[in-house]
Design a protein around this ligand. Structure first.
Ligand code: PAF
Length: 280
């Protein structure tokens, strides 16, 4: 396994892989790798000849009041995981290399990213799309792997890749959950025991929503009311949003379509922001 910091070296290596006809799979991450990331790496390993994992805590997707400074950085452990699961290249560029002084070019998707998290985190997706486009240009992936847990991120990136004819396929992999239902996230590390107990009500509410839809409830309002009720039982949970949306457009729907509809939500558990979603 090779660890590359230089963006020039990364780009040259990716070009040489392509020249040799190798299929490249990219797993973009901010490190602090957990089973969710490992599932993306395994998926990449199945289809690509060369698997590249990028580890870069992207400053442009955090607002000034968010946790950029405190975001967990666990490079040594991450490298071990990558080695264990057969990653070929780990790309760990510096902030200065990715966003040098004077950087002023951004990718803005204006529709799919405008609601839900786009409201409470106004510049978040602009940072995500910009860094991902840079990573696509550097690693030249045939396939790029993202987790369904970040449903809106997946939808925004799919739209950007389609609109801008970026030659990579966005592969979306299932959310990985703990055995008690909590969706894996690097931010789960911030949760105390009591906060984690309350956080379980997120997946509990989402599983109930799915059960309701499977039992024929087709009204988004009833689903939202039930989720609000279940999460309202826990005093540490404050709801940022709960919406029943189309998984591609992220627009609210009036009627549930089992193929297309998801419930997406964001909450605060005290001062920790968590997101989750489920297909209905
Ligand atoms: O999902 C993440 O970890 C990040 O948003 C991503 C895609 C690596 C971009 O920084």
């Amino acid at each position: 396994m090779q660890v590359i910091e230089s963006i020039e070296e990364m780009q040259a290596l990716a070009m040489s892989f392509r020249f040799e006809g190798k299929l490249i799979g990219l797993v973009p991450t901010m490190g602090c790798l957990h089973e969710g990331h490992i599932s993306l790496i395994k998926k990449a390993r199945e289809s690509a000849d060369k698997v590249i994992v990028s580890i870069f805590v992207n400053p442009t997707q955090f607002a000034p009041n968010e946790d950029y400074g405190d975001y967990p950085r666990t490079l040594e452990a991450d490298l071990e995981q990558c080695k264990k699961y057969g990653v070929d290249i780990v790309f760990t560029p510096s902030k200065e290399a990715m966003f040098p002084e004077g950087f002023s070019s951004y990718i803005i998707e204006e529709s799919v990213g405008s609601g839900l998290c786009g409201i409470s985190r106004p510049n978040h997706f602009k940072g995500v799309t910009t860094v991902c486009l840079k990573l696509f240009n550097l690693a030249r992936p045939d396939f790029s792997y993202f987790g369904q847990k970040d449903a809106q991120q997946c939808a925004v990136l799919k739209k950007v890749v389609k609109d801008l004819n970026v030659p990579t396929e966005i592969v979306i992999c299932d959310t990985i959950r703990e055995s008690d239902g909590l969706a894996l996230s690097s931010r789960n590390r911030y949760l105390s025991k009591l906060q984690r107990e309350d956080a379980l009500y997120i997946s509990k509410a989402l599983f109930k929503a799915k059960e309701m839809a499977q039992n024929g409830v087709s009204s988004p309002d009833r689903i939202i009311a039930e989720i609000t009720h279940i999460m309202g039982l826990k005093r540490r949970i404050r709801i940022i949003y709960i919406q029943v949306v189309d998984k591609d457009s992220m627009e609210p729907v009036r009627k549930i379509d089992p193929e297309q509809t998801i419930v997406s939500l964001a909450v605060w558990i005290d001062n920790i922001r968590l997101i989750d979603n489920i297909a209905l």
